[in-house]
Ligand binder design. Structure first.
Ligand code: FAD
Length: 567
């Protein structure tokens, strides 16, 4: 066909994993093309926090010189249990720092350190600092005309399109804007710059977090001459004598066959929108509950399905098949809806999470994945998997709740459209939300006994450095705990969502797609969320998808170049 062409390597998907593989392969001398299903590039990566977990990396070594390989291995063993894979973990630890050094030395991709503790710093081998890095903010005018093809950030976590930095330093000022002159000036400057960008470019130009990561990766790829063919979904792996020799794709100009001399890399971002597969893999869906994913709707599991079609295996093995994220459904002013990931409010003092029976069920200041897993288990045997985040007027004014911003931003619109529930008393709140009134009153009464002293004897909120990291350091003695006291009271309903899937295609350490008998399908590779996570369905720290995803993208590309006989 007229559109057909031939390259060394076809990479399917333009998220961090795919672009890491593409850039590394190109630098090793392979002729690479990236196919992207959406009209924009960046995938979930562009919506993300842009944090990478890279133990013992160049930034972390300066922050925490005492960290050791043995400690990381111990932590990984504790976290992953029976899924611990020493060969894969060793490859990750050897190559994570090299990958960061490579990108920082040879591309536009640069990082800054963060203050994130591991998510379980109290577990053997966990640390309070030094393993999570963040993509450096980026001025997307660097992308030139391709700026228009960068996937915009998640609307629910921007403020009139302005992005926050995943580092705490930026957000701190927004919460303190009405209390501190320094913060007020900081926020006023940020807003003024953002409005200028909106007027000039109709979008945020100085992007942060995952949008910066996606932009920096795309810029590096495009500068190297790697075409990123958007609106070009791959549909089938082409096999010849059992070897992957290319893909069939639907392109702007119609169907095309792209022949790959040295391989095909699947990087389609897992299967968070594969309705059939998640109905089996997610326990709350299997029992009839709701699920809302903020990931791109294009992530329908095409990579997994294409691999299976040629003999690859993608069993559901992990107890938690995805990275859980408690979310709420937001209705915007124009009537459209969005998914709000509850990344911040749960940590704040005075916000508690309760079930329909009005009872708390977990430490709300644990990670999104841990709270999600606890919610799924707490609602076992029920059709609905949901919790309500509850707080009083003082707390709502200080921190906001979900998509509702702190005072002085108005809340009336959210009460009207049913996002925010309000009750003069706890019993009123229970009535409007459908919670058990006696249960809620008893929970708050009992919780407040400890909370006035900064204690949470039931679930130990504030116990770890991670609990406290996103809380309020000014709230003493416990940054995570304050009473729920003065009405009116407020609630937002939270259901289950995800940040991407953990289960995926079975691969070798270097990324070969494996058949059920354990042998590789020559020429076919999987990276990123298409490949089963080395975390075994657990979430040990900030950036545990991007860190391994970019590292294994780098490893797989080197392997392909080695196989091709390149120096
Ligand atoms: C709000 C949010 C915050 C997050 N924060 C972090 C964080 O800070 N750190 C972290 O580690 N993780 C974070 N995550 C998770 C992380 O973003 C994902 O795990 C990661 O982006 C997956 O990367 P990937 O390259 O595998 O896939 P993606 O980035 O999703 O890219 C896959 C691409 O493949 C494309 N595609 C799909 N099918 C086809 C096809 N048939 N042909 C061509 N293209 C196809 C998709 O359109 C998509 O663009 C976050 C997620 C969300 C939603």
């Amino acid at each position: 066909m007229a559109n057909d062409f031939e390259v060394d390597l076809v990479v399917v998907g333009s998220g961090a994993a795919g672009l890491s593989a593409a850039i590394t392969a190109k630098k090793r001398g392979l002729d690479v093309v990236v196919l992207e299903k959406e009209p924009v590039f960046g995938g979930t990566t562009a919506l993300s926090g842009g944090v990478l977990w890279i133990p013992l990396g160049p930034h972390g070594r300066k922050q925490n010189p005492a960290d050791t390989r043995e400690a990381v291995r111990r932590y990984m063993m504790e976290e992953t249990g029976s899924y611990y894979d020493d060969a894969a973990v060793s490859a990750f630890l050897d190559n994570g720092p090299r990958m960061v050094e490579f990108f920082e030395r040879e591309t536009e991709v640069t990082f800054i350190p963060t203050l994130y503790p591991d998510y379980h710093p109290d577990v053997a081998g966990g640390v309070d600092i030094g393993r999570s890095i963040l993509a450096q903010p980026y001025d997307i005018r660097g992308l030139g005309k391709d700026m228009a093809r960068l996937k915009p950030p998640l609307r629910t976590i921007t403020f009139i399109g302005m992005m926050f930095n995943s580092s705490n330093a930026d957000l701190k000022h927004f919460f303190r804007a009405t209390k501190s002159l320094t913060s007020f000036i900081y926020v006023a400057k940020r807003l003024a710059n953002h409005i200028k960008e909106l007027v000039l470019y109709q979008r945020a130009i100085n992007v942060t977090s995952g949008n910066a990561l996606a932009a920096r990766l795309a810029k590096s790829a495009l500068d190297l001459g790697i075409p990123i063919l958007t609106s070009t979904p791959a549909q089938q792996i082409l096999l010849e004598n059992g070897r992957a020799v290319g893909v069939r794709a639907a392109g702007v100009g119609g169907e095309q066959r792209i022949t790959a001399r040295h391989g095909v890399v699947l990087a389609c971002g897992g299967f968070p929108h594969d309705v059939k597969r998640i109905a089996q893999a997610y326990p709350h869906l299997a029992r009839g509950g709701e699920h809302l994913s903020p990931t791109p709707t294009s992530n329908t599991g095409d990579g997994v399905a294409m691999a299976e079609a040629v003999g690859g295996v993608a069993d559901i093995r992990f107890k938690d098949a995805a990275a859980w994220m408690p979310v709420s459904k937001v209705t915007f002013g124009d009537g459209t809806t969005g998914v709000f990931p509850h990344l911040l409010d749960r940590y704040k003092p005075g916000v508690i999470g309760v079930l329909k029976n009005g009872q708390r069920f977990t430490n709300e200041s644990n990670s999104y994945h841990d709270v999600g897993a606890a919610l799924i288990r707490a609602c076992e045997g029920q059709a609905e998997t949901a919790m309500w985040l509850v707080c009083d007027k003082t707390t709502l004014g200080k921190y906001g709740l979900g998509y509702v911003k702190p005072s002085p931003m108005p809340i009336g619109r959210f009460i009207k459209n049913g996002y925010l529930f309000e009750g003069k008393t706890l019993a009123d709140l229970a009535r409007v939300t459908g919670m058990d009134a006696a249960g809620l009153e008893q929970t708050v009464r009992e919780y407040n006994v400890g909370a006035v002293k900064g204690q949470d004897p039931e679930f130990g909120r504030g116990r770890t450095s991670f609990n406290r990291y996103l809380a309020d350091p000014e709230n003493q003695p416990n940054p995570c705990v304050a009473p729920v006291q003065t009405g009116p009271f407020y609630a937002v309903k939270v259901i289950m969502g995800d940040l991407g899937t953990f289960d995926g295609i079975q691969t070798s350490v270097v990324g070969d797609v494996l058949k059920r008998d354990g042998t590789a399908i020559p020429g076919l590779y999987a990276v990123g969320n298409d490949r089963a996570s080395i975390m075994g369905g657990n979430y040990p720290g900030a950036g545990i998808t991007h860190g391994p995803n970019m590292t294994f993208g780098y490893i797989t590309a080197h392997h392909i170049a080695d196989q091709a006989g390149l120096k």
